[in-house]
Ligand binder design. Structure first.
Ligand SMILES: *Cc1c(COP(=O)(O)O)cnc(C)c1O
Length: 428
């Protein structure tokens, strides 16, 4: 592999030592990579078979305008999502502007004044806090008379089943379960754990709606929460299921009635799924979904590789390189602001877009400390593309995710490590 090593060193500035270390660590990951490949193959066939079953054809790639009545491509794509995730119905739209919006639509479409929402897995993702009204925002669910209850994980990281049982009451209408750790140092939930939690909740209250925030989780395992009892499952198309090709969008899949309720909220009561022109975006949504298992494969390998490089130097990482994954997010506890900044600057240097830009920490609205973000993405804010961000405060966690291909993810992480070595922050 002389040519490969030459281009890595001459074009990307990787030193002998870093290269040697990375080659060694990669060679120790064959088992994990094999497992990740097996999952991707399974999921690829799942998507392919849903496309065949729905007789996907090039007539479905036509653009609609105006009301978007009879948008065949949109309807087929929604059926493909529903079939892949074994759900009754799907809503997959560019009008769902992001993951937060899709979650807000699913919640507000299915909750009514006087209802209560329960999170049995601790505090939800930052932006959801505003939607629910945990953080005061105009138009939050709380302003519409929807109350909220939360049960935290036990100190040992397990579900607090007693607490959950006590929290469920006659007002409890919907339970929201976040699969990914988001930006917290907690475990991400496996599909098996989600199944256990949903069964427990339904054993206490049969008709409660169980919704899973599936952001960052799609195609990481061979099953999705919608296959193990979730009534609603929601995510973002600029994460896993968009496959890097969707330039916008969100999805909601689940029971027909609940998806319909969400559609009535997204458009208007009485209109629902019947309107919503796609303006030519359906080909990238559909092709992105087809590519997604492979893109998630690259992201997972990148995450495992980063975990391995850093844990063997002595950093705390979550999850460890040997642990099974429930999402694509890799946490590295960097221990100092200098480490965080150098790593993020390295990731940026390895990007296909804006590689010449040097990210610096800045006071982002809504954060209590400066934040640094490395992202050189084709789609703004897309976190299925290799990206890393970190609040500049102890214990200096970096959240790294994405990678449209393993080979890009690999060089990105290597440059991150190299930048830290160059600044004398770590020695190999
Ligand atoms: C990204 C994310 C969201 C919100 O998605 P946006 O597209 O950023 O609005 C919600 N929940 C989790 C767990 C996420 O990772």
């Amino acid at each position: 592999m002389k040519e490969l090593h030459e281009i890595i060193q001459s074009k990307f500035g990787i030193s002998d030592k870093v290269l040697e270390y990375c080659i060694q660590k990669e060679s120790e990951l064959t088992q994990q990579f094999q497992a990740i490949d097996n999952i991707a193959e399974y999921n690829q066939l799942k998507v392919l078979s849903a496309m065949q079953k729905n007789r996907l054809s090039d007539i479905h790639f036509a653009a609609t305008t105006g009301y978007g009545y009879n948008d065949l491509g949109r309807d087929v794509l929604e059926a493909i999502y529903a079939d892949t995730f074994q759900a009754e119905a799907g809503l997959v739209r560019p009008q769902l502007t992001c993951g937060t919006h899709a979650l807000a639509v699913a919640l507000s479409g299915n909750l009514r004044p006087g209802d209560e929402l329960l999170s049995p897995v601790g505090i939800p993702y930052d932006t959801l806090q505003g939607v629910i009204g945990i953080r005061k925002e105009r138009g939050s669910l709380s302003e519409y008379g929807i109350t909220y209850r939360q049960v935290d994980f036990l100190p040992n990281g397990k579900f607090d089943f007693d607490g959950i049982e006590k929290a469920i009451n006659k007002k409890t209408k919907l339970v929201t379960i976040q699969r990914s750790k988001g930006y917290l140092w907690r475990i991400s939930l496996s599909v098996a754990q989600i199944k256990e939690l949903i069964s427990f909740i339904k054993s206490i209250k049969k008709d409660v709606i169980c919704m899973v925030d599936n952001c960052y989780g799609e195609f990481v395992e061979i099953q999705e929460p919608s296959e193990v009892g979730a009534d609603l499952m929601v995510g973002s198309l600029i994460k896993n299921p968009g496959g890097g090709l969707a330039p916008i969008g969100g999805y909601i899949v689940g029971k027909e009635e609940f998806v319909q309720n969400a559609a009535y909220r997204l458009t208007a009561p009485g209109l629902g799924k019947e309107v919503g022109a796609t303006l030519g975006i359906t080909p990238s949504f559909t092709q992105g979904f087809f590519m997604a298992p492979q893109v998630v494969n690259g992201s997972l390998k990148t995450a495992v590789f980063a975990a391995k490089l850093f844990e063997d130097i002595g950093f705390s990482v979550l999850p460890k390189s040997t642990e099974t994954r429930a999402d694509i997010v890799q946490l590295i506890q960097m221990g100092s602001a200098e480490n965080v900044i150098a790593f993020c600057q390295g990731i940026q240097k390895g990007a296909p877009v804006d590689s010449y830009v040097t990210p610096e920490p800045w006071d982002m609205p809504g954060y209590d400390c400066p934040v640094i973000m490395a992202a050189g993405a084709f789609v703004q804010g897309s976190s299925i593309e290799l990206s890393a961000d970190s609040p500049i405060k102890p214990p200096y966690h970096v959240f790294m995710q994405g990678g449209l291909s393993w080979h890009h993810g690999k060089i990105g992480v290597m440059i991150g490590l190299q930048t830290m070595v160059d600044k004398g922050l770590i020695q190999l």
